[in-house]
Design a protein around this ligand. Structure first.
Ligand SMILES: Cc1ncc(COP(=O)(O)O)c(C=O)c1O
Ligand SMILES: [Zn+2]
Length: 413
């Protein structure tokens, strides 16, 4: 394992990983796991991965902060990257992370945190979640023989709540927002010493999420897309993607970096608003809380817990943050489903709504290549989708004349 330690994003102090570490002990900013790239360069090449027979995120074991392959056999990661054809002249790909075991991108982070927990001999892992991180922790936790406990806002969609319960996690529904659940979960882990998977707070979540960047490059035969477009809640997926691309760049496995586009609902826009203020001259770059109200529950976040690193990643990649109205997110559910056969939950297809807007704004230009990451399966929040397809349902009596009448009325015959 070529891990050097953890570095604070804000004060840059370096810390050893021998103790359980979450945020920076000196200033409480988020930590980033650091690797010995010179040593790793001697061990990994494109060929190493080409010959790999493990089609999951564990194929990247040398680049992960764990000693050995965990016992998890579910297929986590190596999700399909579909060619989406030319859209506004842009060569579009869709990375369907709804195909993970629990149906969302969050499985990448849960898998890695559980692997770390196992290596450190912990038996109880807890998390706050809008729903996906929790159902993912519950799914992979039971698979890895670990006890899990999850704190959800009371507004979490029923499918995610049900998933959690079916997988057997201990489940607390908090009378409050995701941010309230997050703080309660923090307090619980501090009081009782349970290992905490909270997004952003636990530095290993990013290490799991970065594997999506590795896959994008490998699946594109190491051609780096011009843009990677992803939705932003806490900002940890985005900061994870950036970490992954930078790892590959430092290891000379890719020769350039993509630009990252972070997409938020205009009703949950903390990171986008921060970038706007930065561009207007405000310093330092520091995310301020908002009152989130978007229908895209997974990205409905008042205080993005990895927002500062995500905002920095967008700037470092010469990328953009873009806000889209909830209506555009709703429209994208059907567009992505009907054009490419991928049913994404609102937060997942927000990336596509952002992609469309960035094409219209001329930020993403004809001739470029873009990857939209679809981060969660649409069955996770059927209520959001069913509200937009009500008119698609034609109710008829079970006889052929009734059907005939309707076919005529709808000009189908
Ligand atoms: C489906 C989906 N998309 C996007 C996100 C946003 O990820 P992050 O909070 O790391 O920005 C989440 C987070 O819960 C999610 O579940
Ligand atoms: Zn610090």
């Amino acid at each position: 394992m070529d891990v050097l330690g953890a570095r604070c994003h804000a004060c840059h102090k370096e810390w050893s990983l021998s103790e359980t570490l979450y945020d920076c002990p000196a200033c409480h900013a988020n930590l980033d796991i650091c690797y010995d790239y010179e040593s790793l360069k001697k061990k990994v090449s494109r060929e190493t991965f080409r010959q790999h027979s493990q089609f999951s995120l564990w194929r990247y074991l040398p680049l992960l902060p764990i000693q050995k392959l965990p016992s998890m056999t579910l297929q986590i990661g190596w999700t399909p990257l579909y060619p989406g054809g030319s859209v506004h002249g842009v060569n579009l790909y869709l990375k369907d992370d709804g195909r993970n075991p629990s149906g969302s991108f969050k499985d990448r982070a849960s898998a890695l945190v559980l692997a770390v927990a196992q290596e450190r001999g912990m038996t109880q892992v807890i998390a706050a979640s809008t729903g996906n991180a929790g159902s993912s922790l519950a799914c992979l936790g039971t698979h890895a023989n670990m006890a899990t406990m999850v704190f959800l806002p009371h507004t979490a969609p029923i499918a995610k709540v049900t998933q959690l319960a079916v997988f057997g996690a201990r489940l607390f529904m908090v009378n409050g927002s995701y941010d309230d659940a997050y703080d309660l979960c923090l307090a619980a882990s501090q009081r009782w010493g349970w290992y905490n998977r909270n997004t952003g707070y636990n530095p290993f979540t990013r290490e799991g999420k970065k594997t999506c960047a590795y896959e994008i490059c490998e699946q594109l035969a190491w051609r780096v897309p011009d843009w990677v477009v992803v939705s932003v809640g806490d900002g940890n997926i985005l900061s994870g993607l950036w970490k992954g691309f930078r790892d590959l760049y430092h290891l000379n496995l890719i020769d350039r970096l993509p630009r990252l586009a972070g997409v938020q609902s205009s009703q949950s826009n903390a990171v986008a608003a921060t970038i706007q203020r930065f561009e207007a001259g405000e310093r330092p770059l520091h995310v301020q809380p908002v009152q989130a109200t978007t229908l895209a529950d997974s990205i409905s976040v008042d205080i993005p817990r990895d927002g500062n690193m995500a905002a920095q990643a967008i700037l470092d990649s010469q990328g953009v943050a873009v806000e889209v109205p909830d209506q555009a997110i709703r429209d994208s559910i059907c567009t992505v489903a009907q054009r490419w056969g991928i049913f994404g939950e609102p937060a997942a297809v927000a990336s596509y709504a952002g992609f469309e807007k960035l094409c219209q704004l001329g930020e993403i230009r004809s001739g470029e290549t873009a990857v939209c990451v679809i981060t969660g399966n649409g069955l996770k929040d059927v209520a959001a989708a069913s509200s937009i397809v009500q008119d698609a349902v034609i109710r008829i009596d079970p006889d052929i004349d009734s059907l005939h009448e309707h076919l005529n009325n709808h000009a189908i015959l």
